[in-house]
Design a protein around this ligand. Structure first.
Ligand code: AHG
Ligand code: MN
Ligand code: MN
Ligand code: MN
Length: 336
């Protein structure tokens, strides 16, 4: 039997194979993985660790913060601030960027994360996760500002998520495909369990919050109506539906067996482009999906090409199996 490959070994071998992976980036990813391990332990303890329930505060988007939203945010900051690899961090749970304190050396990378994705599932013991994206600081000026983070997703240098489910699984891309690592709790390390992950081009499974149907735009209604008509309808096949309400868990299923995920713009908040956040939800997930052979658009445009205007900007999301995403995008373009 071949020896298991740890995340550490995988990253070193990637570095040898692709010269564009600097030591600092490798160190950064190791630290993020270590933080995810810490979050995974807290999640596992649940009620025994006193981590369930609401924190009684709100984040900048007006969402009630759960205790674990804040714990996960703190774990990621504390793990990453002293290593010398980062200039600043940004997160769903912080209104402004977090600049690395002056007592530590400043690195050239920026880390942006959704510390705990799927907050509504924390207290009901359903899969949740952490999503992260790594960018490079703009070298034109010494002081790092929020503007440094406003880069299109195509400029990410690494992205990933960690899903805390029946297993804890870390899924990662550095732009050379997607690799999956499973946390071995006895060894305390992430072990490579799948490489060159590929999403099937076609699917019979869609993920959308159906309760919002009446608020959707016509192209989204058209796509879902056709899926619901099943084998007798224009698609000529029966579709299944899944909605976990944790983007990490829904995306993980799609990366594993295909499917399409949508959180489209809707009329509840007509002035917002969507619910999900561009920098720390849509961009890292879109890059992973593309690296696995899938596609990701906002209904009209490739998500990775969207130029962000603000840190907590929202976006409409359609991602997953390539042919389905292209169909939904075509329906949008035909309607305008
Ligand atoms: P978060 O918990 O980080 O705020 O993100 C929740 C997001 C995403 O994970 C999920 O796909 C979506 O919200 C679920 O929204 P609904 O509750 O509207 O279905
Ligand atoms: Mn939230
Ligand atoms: Mn989220
Ligand atoms: Mn979150």
């Amino acid at each position: 039997m071949t020896k298991p490959i740890s995340l550490t070994r995988y990253l070193i071998e990637q570095q040898r194979q692709y010269q564009h992976i600097p030591d600092q980036l490798r160190l950064l990813l190791e630290v993020v993985a270590r933080a995810c391990k810490g979050i995974s332990h807290a999640v596992n303890k649940g009620a025994l660790g006193g981590v369930l329930g609401s924190a009684g505060s709100e984040n900048v988007q007006g969402e009630v913060q759960k205790k674990l939203d804040i714990i996960a945010n703190d774990v990621l900051i504390e793990a990453n601030e002293w290593g010398g690899h980062l200039a600043a961090m940004a997160s769903e749970e912080m209104e402004d960027i977090y600049t690395v304190p002056k007592r530590y050396p400043q690195g050239e990378y920026l880390l942006v994360f959704d510390p705990l994705d799927g907050s509504s599932n924390i207290d009901v013991n359903v899969s949740i996760g952490t999503i992260f994206s790594v960018l490079q600081k703009n070298h034109d000026h010494a002081e790092v500002t929020a503007d440094d983070f406003l880069q299109p997703g195509s400029r990410q240098v690494a992205a990933g998520y960690c899903v805390y489910g029946p297993q804890t699984t870390l899924v990662l891309t550095l732009g050379n495909g997607v690799a999956m690592f499973t946390l071995d709790r006895e060894q305390g390390s992430f072990v490579l369990t799948q490489e060159n992950v590929q999403i099937p081009e076609d699917t019979k499974e869609f993920a959308i919050n159906m309760s919002n149907y009446r608020h959707w735009d016509e192209p989204v209604k058209r796509y879902i109506d056709e899926c619901l008509q099943g084998a007798q309808g224009p698609r000529g096949k029966n579709f299944n539906m899944r909605w976990i309400a944790s983007m990490v868990a829904d995306v993980h299923r799609i990366i594993t067996r295909g499917g399409i995920f949508m959180y489209p713009w809707d009329q509840r908040e007509p002035n917002k482009p969507g619910k999900l956040r561009l920098l720390y939800e849509a961009n890292p997930m879109s890059w992973l999906i593309e690296q696995a052979g899938g596609a990701a658009t906002n209904g009209r445009q490739r998500i990775l090409d969207v130029q962000p205007q603000s840190l907590h900007e929202r976006v409409s999301v359609v991602l997953g199996s390539r042919n389905e995403v292209e169909r939904v995008t075509r329906y949008h373009l035909e309607a305008t």
